[in-house]
Design a protein around this ligand. Structure first.
Ligand SMILES: O=C(O)CCC(=O)C(=O)O
Length: 338
């Protein structure tokens, strides 16, 4: 697809989040994102107390689902602390406006198309390409081996794109997060100010078929000692029997990395499906249904994978944002200040 076609598709969504993004100042956004990366260059992590090292309050959840959940209107920080301590995860229903999130699916399409449609050499980038593909200049030098090209190819092949490929999407999302109180929520949970990660801040529209052996704990490649919280936002109806892949979860509080690279696992950080089919895990595994705007929170010890199945008939859109302690962060995930 040419950048012209991309532009035509994008402008048919006037007054949408796409339209708002097109009105942004791409140069200003780029300079902000560059600064966020620069803030962490040469900074060493400090292994301080993590959220999971602190005794959490016990909250009663009324739902009978396997994953604790709460509606955004009644959410309090103790819900998160308690659920993370007991199950390693929590769903906050309706945390984001569902119309805005549904609208965001177009942004994900355009961001993915933009990374596949680089402007030809010597050809100036169109307005749309400037917004949807304006990565920070230093990113290539900051990504550890096997490097940025590997990371980009991995994302393209699996159906995802790093948010920082578009500084404007990144800055837009940070503003959105702040407007619904996410910065305070994450700081309250972590017990320290948060930072983000260029490598683990990802727009997702997973390609089918889903990998059966993709179970993993992110701590297998981030390290165990970090202070982390992931916010995974569904941008469309998915999970369960909805016809679009959600997430398969083992909602149990784990405090170490289990069996990385075991059995038929595809990566040295993943776990095979066979290894998960023990009586201890099998009854607990669940694939919750999500609506646009619902958010799932978990940390680097939760065992999960993109929901596996054969009956998917619709794409799934999601935004994954890993937050870390501003002091206790994994340096290999290319931290960004917030
Ligand atoms: O969105 C997905 O399917 C996978 C997300 C994931 O693995 C993660 O958030 O760590």
């Amino acid at each position: 697809m040419s950048t012209g076609e991309l532009s035509a598709k994008a402008t048919s969504h006037q007054n949408s989040v796409v339209d708002k993004l097109l009105q942004r100042d791409a140069i200003k956004d780029l300079s902000r994102t560059n600064q966020r990366l620069a803030d962490y260059v040469g900074r060493e992590p400090i292994q301080a107390l993590r959220a999971i090292d602190i005794e959490a309050p016990k909250t009663t959840f009324t739902s009978t689902h396997k994953v604790p959940e709460v509606n955004a209107e009644v959410f309090e920080i103790d819900h998160l602390k308690s659920a993370m301590a007991s199950h390693g995860c929590l769903i906050i229903r309706g945390l984001f406006n569902s119309t805005k999130m549904t609208d965001f699916c177009r942004v994900i399409d355009l961001a993915m198309e933009a990374t596949e449609t680089q402007p030809k050499q010597g050809e100036p980038a169109s307005d749309i390409a400037e917004i949807f593909l304006n990565p920070p200049s230093e990113i290539a030098s900051l990504v550890p081996r096997p490097g940025i090209d590997f990371a980009r190819a991995f994302h393209r092949e699996t159906g995802s794109v790093m948010c920082v490929e578009s500084a404007s999407i990144s800055e837009h999302l940070l503003e959105l997060y702040e407007s619904v109180g996410i910065k305070n929520l994450v700081a309250d949970y972590l017990g320290e100010a948060p930072c983000l990660s260029a490598l683990k801040w990802v727009l997702r529209r997973p390609k089918l078929p889903i990998n059966r052996d993709g179970w993993h704990q992110d701590g297998a490649f981030m390290g165990e000692g970090i202070n982390s919280l992931n916010m995974w936002i569904a941008a469309n109806h998915c999970g369960g029997e909805s016809g679009a892949p959600g997430m398969d979860l083992l909602p149990q509080r784990l405090l170490k990395i289990l069996g990385a690279g075991e059995g038929e696992a595809v990566f040295d950080w993943s776990v095979s499906d066979h290894a998960m089919r023990t009586p201890q895990y099998d009854n607990a595994i669940t694939a919750p249904v999500f609506e646009a705007g619902d958010a799932l929170f978990f940390d680097h010890f939760l065992l999960h994978r993109t929901q596996y199945g054969h009956n998917f008939i619709r794409p799934r859109y999601a935004i994954e944002t890993w937050f870390f302690g501003a002091k206790n962060f994994p340096s290999n995930q290319v931290p960004l200040s917030w």
